[in-house]
Design a protein around this ligand. Structure first.
Ligand code: ZN
Length: 318
């Protein structure tokens, strides 16, 4: 039970790629509105397979793209259970080998038995796959708790929606964004996104990668099983989701883009996992005084839009 990506609509748009040095300067200035300590620089990507990031590939370089699959209209008002995608088909669809795929999406409910969050993190080289994707689901016995699991090597599906950063996983120059003590109202990603949006205006810039919540705690949600009654508003979504206050260190993966464009893009989406059993959809830190973020991001050359919902609504994008 999986859709064949070859048969799905795949749209694309070239993203604007300013020099990394220019972005670093823009962020160094703009992020000060939101954080008391800000340091943004262009560096060689550290080996992301090592602590503290522990991702499936070393770098964020080579044939970079953002890939948005499906969308909330496949989840709400009621789930469309046909929307299951095989990420193993992505490298062929995008002409990417090796393929490093990281990001936020709905996990494979046919595997989990219930709806779940997915922290996609896999490296596909020829026919060999290193899959370190996690899923998070609500604990059915005690919904005040949640469960984080690593998927089996062969389980490379996602469902309904996803925002992924794809590359060859090669080393190379990336943006290092280090911020401490939040003084504004924006979360880490929204602060980056709005700063870039204000500077680049109608030129659409897309970034993807990873960040570490190094100190502090974050408000994150985990989706419970699919609602049996239709969810028709953002309030309805918030009443349905389960929210948790999760502790550092949290390793987040995902994408941001400075405009929705004609492809109806989700402008930011990061999920995080940990090595202490917590993980979910990142909203914002809950400890502004002590919070510390360390991120590594690269620019997407292209944004791909796979299986965009027709006549979709705007609910459930927060
Ligand atoms: Zn999410």
């Amino acid at each position: 039970m999986v859709l064949d990506i070859k048969n799905l609509k795949l749209e694309q748009k070239t993203l604007y790629q300013p020099p990394l040095n220019e972005i670093a300067e823009v962020l160094n200035n703009g992020l000060k509105k939101n954080f008391s300590t800000v340091q943004v620089e262009v560096v060689d990507c550290p080996d992301l397979t090592q602590q503290p990031f522990t991702l499936a590939c070393k770098g964020l370089g080579g044939k970079t793209s953002l890939l948005e699959i499906g969308g909330p209209p496949y989840l709400l008002p009621l789930v469309n259970r046909n929307k299951v995608y095989e990420l193993n088909q992505i490298p062929a669809a995008l002409g990417l080998d090796p393929a490093f795929i990281i990001g936020a999406g709905a996990g494979p409910f046919p595997h989990a038995g219930v709806n779940c969050e997915g922290m996609m993190n896999l490296c596909i080289c020829k026919n060999k796959t290193l899959n370190q994707t996690r899923i998070a689901k609500v604990n059915a016995e005690d919904p005040s708790k949640h469960i984080l699991e690593t998927l089996p090597e062969s389980e490379t599906r996602c469902a309904l929606l996803a925002n992924l950063f794809c590359s060859n996983g090669q080393p190379g120059k990336v943006l290092k964004v280090h911020c401490k003590k939040r003084t504004g109202n924006d979360d880490f990603i929204a602060a980056i996104r709005t700063t870039l949006m204000e500077f680049y205006k109608e030129k659409i810039v897309g970034l993807g990668g990873t960040f570490l919540l190094k100190e502090g705690k974050a408000k994150q949600h985990v989706m419970p099983d699919f609602s049996k009654t239709p969810i028709t508003s953002d309030q309805g979504v918030n009443d349905w989701l389960k929210f948790y206050n999760m502790s550092a260190p949290l390793i987040a993966v995902g994408t941001l883009v400075t405009g929705e464009t004609e492809l109806d893009l989700r402008v930011q989406h990061f999920h995080s996992f940990s090595h202490h059993g917590e993980g979910g959809h990142y909203h914002i830190d809950t400890t502004p005084e002590t919070v510390e973020y360390l991120g590594y991001f690269n620019l997407g050359e292209i944004v791909y839009r796979l299986d965009r919902p027709e006549g979709g609504h705007k609910i459930g994008r927060d």
